[in-house]
Design a protein around this ligand. Sequence first.
Ligand code: NAI
Length: 296
Amino acid sequence: MEHISVIGAGTMGNGIAHHFAMHDYPVVLVDVDSERLEKALLAISGNLDRQAAKGLLDPSRVPEVLSRIRISTDLPAAVSGADLIIEAASENLSVKLSLFQRMDALAPAACILASNTSSLSITKLASETSRPSQVIGMHFMNPVPVMKLVEVIRGFETSAGVTDAICELAKKTGKVPCVVNDYPGFIANRVLMPMINEAIYALHEGVAGVESIDLIMKLGMAHPMGPLQLADYIGLDTCLAILKVLEEGFGSSKFSPCPLLLNMVNAGELGVKTGHGFYSYGEKTKQLKVSDRFLA
Ligand code: NAI
């Protein structure tokens, strides 16, 4: 695999492009929104500088890594020479179904079509294509350049050869692949999202405040980040979308999203990406400040 195209230049798409460019792959990063593409390049550049400052990357490599990433709003041109396309567009089934149809029509016959979806059915996405054996889930964790795990999701028709090729690529670029079968939320979000939702319910019911809930899970359960802060990083809209997929997929109210989460998403308080969620984010996301909404 030599040429990688990444579709969607949001939180995950820019991390995925960064990761592969750092490992010497030319990457084309595609989005419908040219502003998002410009912002993604700036974010990648800032993150590379941070890695260099921490001694994780030779500073002289920063321009070379950046030069391997090309941005584009032209999907046909961006995928015509791809060996692997990683779709990381918004967590919305109709958006992804139409993208998989287009990717299938435009990409070379041997190209593998992967999705970074957090919860949607890989088998369903594959059914929109003429190459279901070459469709697979490649679920990176946020932030991509830091987190080791890639959850590899085998759709009903994904071939063993394609699964092996994706695991090899992950290993070659320093990630640890873990193969799972295709059921709603796979493993990562099937386990994580009910915990985040329960933390939001506890806040909603006044059991404890934002900081206390996060502190209890950090100190008590040795989680590096509390569930409310983690939800802000994932994006509250993404959390809501995943919970809806779990609720519908399992037909169980145990995944019903907390009404507070719905209100926050409707109000556009989506976490780090909009500057407000359970916390407020200024220039430095490390200096946490609980959102005014949750201060007594
Ligand atoms: P985001 O909302 O930050 O970015 C999504 C991007 O997709 C936007 O820039 C949007 O303009 C673009 N987009 C929408 N429709 C498009 C189309 N038809 N063609 C090209 N670009 C299009 O979303 P985020 O958080 O980066 O999530 C992307 C995917 O990764 C979702 O499937 C999400 O579930 C998954 N994911 C998210 C994680 C997170 O922590 N945020 C973690 C792991 C997976």
